[in-house]
Design a protein around this ligand. Structure first.
Ligand code: FES
Ligand code: FES
Length: 155
């Protein structure tokens, strides 16, 4: 086991990780943060997306031991002061989350987009979310939810 210290959702965390475990496995199995979803494990579905130092990454493709000293944001870290992030509100309000399995990955990827580009076009949103797959919504509601969050002044 390898002892690492990282920041998870704004809090410092010490954790002993098996060197072969992915960040996805460390989050879900060692830190009990199960909001990040376990999909293909091949880098193809986007269900496991988290932010690493503010950039979206596929946590199934990142080793946990390589995350020492870095900052990870998962879907659990989007709400603040007991309030949902505007993206979470609009995803819920507009039917952008149906079974919900893909939703955490979409939310963190959309947050990264809005942090960098507060007013993206529809094409830019579609492009930024193109690595996230959804089997339920047809994507239209997802794009509309991101645009609604922008209208609310989301970042
Ligand atoms: S579980 Fe990581 S991309 Fe599918
Ligand atoms: S809401 Fe079911 S996979 Fe996207």
């Amino acid at each position: 086991m390898v002892q690492i210290t990282l920041t998870v959702n704004g809090e410092p965390v010490d954790v002993a990780v098996a060197p072969y475990k992915t960040l996805l496995e460390v989050l879900r199995e060692d830190l009990n943060l199960c909001g990040t979803k376990h999909g293909c494990e091949l880098g193809e579905c986007g269900a496991c997306a988290v932010l690493l130092d503010g950039q979206p990454v596929l946590s199934c493709l990142v080793l946990g031991v390589d995350c020492g000293g870095r900052a990870v944001t998962t879907v659990e870290g989007l709400a603040s002061d007991g309030r949902l992030h505007p993206l979470q509100e609009t995803f819920a309000d507009l039917g952008a989350a149906q079974c919900g399995y893909c939703t955490p990955g979409f939310l963190v990827t959309a947050k990264a987009l809005l942090d960098e580009h507060p007013r993206p076009t529809r094409d830019h949103i579609r492009d930024a979310l193109s690595g996230n797959l959804c089997r339920c919504t047809g994507y239209q509601q997802i794009y509309e939810a991101v645009e609604a969050a922008i209208a609310k002044g989301s970042r």
